[in-house]
Design a protein around this ligand. Sequence first.
Ligand SMILES: NC(=O)c1ccc[n+]([C@@H]2O[C@H](COP(=O)([O-])OP(=O)(O)OC[C@H]3O[C@@H](n4cnc5c(N)ncnc54)[C@H](O)[C@@H]3O)[C@@H](O)[C@H]2O)c1
Length: 366
Amino acid sequence: MDSLFIQSGYQGPDSNRQHNFIEGANSSERGMRVARRVLVAGGGGFIGHHLVNRLKREGNWVRAVDLHPPYFEPSQADEFIVHDLREYQACLESTKDIDDVYQLAADMGGIGYITANHAELTRNNVLINAHMLEAARKSSVSRYLYTSSACVYPSFKQNETQVAPLKEADAIPADPERGYGWEKLFSEQLCSYYRSDFGLQTSSVRFHNIYGPLGTYEGGREKAPAALSRKVALAENNGWIDIWGDGLQTRSFCYIDDCVEGLTRILKSGRPEPINLGSNELISVRGLAELIVTISGKTLKIKTDPSKPQGVRGRNSDNGELFRVLGWEPSVKLREGLAATYSWIYDQLRQGGRAKPPQPIAPVIR
Ligand SMILES: NC(=O)c1ccc[n+]([C@@H]2O[C@H](COP(=O)([O-])OP(=O)(O)OC[C@H]3O[C@@H](n4cnc5c(N)ncnc54)[C@H](O)[C@@H]3O)[C@@H](O)[C@H]2O)c1
């Protein structure tokens, strides 16, 4: 198995032990309480990287594992390991001496990517999730959070643009997104079996379109907010951009800061059943594009491309259960989060000499 240690905050095995003052199961016998030893699987990815930053700010000891380091800035993890988590041995090494696991590693991307790669993507994610759960059990991890998706919800509940927000119980009877959604639904079930059969504290979170700075914005895996921001930033003023589908399809989008806040709260809650984590601010894809154009300060025409995949007709998050369990729900307004995201993507493209003026003014969130 290939593995590689990358220096970041990591100072070597002995220094790890010096930070080993934890309240979790692996360390309770030490009787000390400062922080926990946390694994972020997928810590080189968009959400995982933001989560590592957050966990470090809270004073935890963090190990991040991924196929690659974060693309846009160095990881703050105490230890960053390049591992392929489809391999059981890699999962075992990753979960060793860990209290809490956030499992975000997945082969995934936007609608174009997930609809074009059913077999390979599903196989990769089945292997990662089956091996990660078993390794977490073998390593006596105390809390395990699995990141699922709104793609588990049945297509027959998402045929209208003005769709009823999806409640957790809507997932069954099942008719999820082919490939990616079926695997997510199955892995949620597997988490529940590990909880009931082996006593591993598992939680499953269903994300609804997470977006923000430091995420992929080109190459085919990017999601709608990042793809549209890139198109707008690259467009000449008074030019045009294209959007996929007829643009009337609706979604809600959740800003990354809210996502990370929700993740840490859900893990601590110990909630056994899957729970939504998303915004309930519904908008059409055309509306999303128009909002980004307004933020950019440009005047652009929007052309639709019905030949491109557009996913379900409408999807929104019902946050009733989230609020009942946590007394909290996402609060960053779409306009605010998009302004921060557009500004970051514009800046990335400007550095490569590709963005077209005007330059946006970077906003401050909250
Ligand atoms: N971003 C969203 O809107 C969204 C929506 C629903 C669900 N999710 C889920 O949230 C999690 C994180 O998503 P993200 O947006 O940060 O995606 P991402 O693609 O940025 O991060 C996933 C990371 O997993 C890593 N990975 C893939 N295969 C791996 C392997 N075999 N071994 C080790 N690492 C591997 C990738 O390299 C990547 O860095 C995923 O489980 C995803 O399915 C995300």
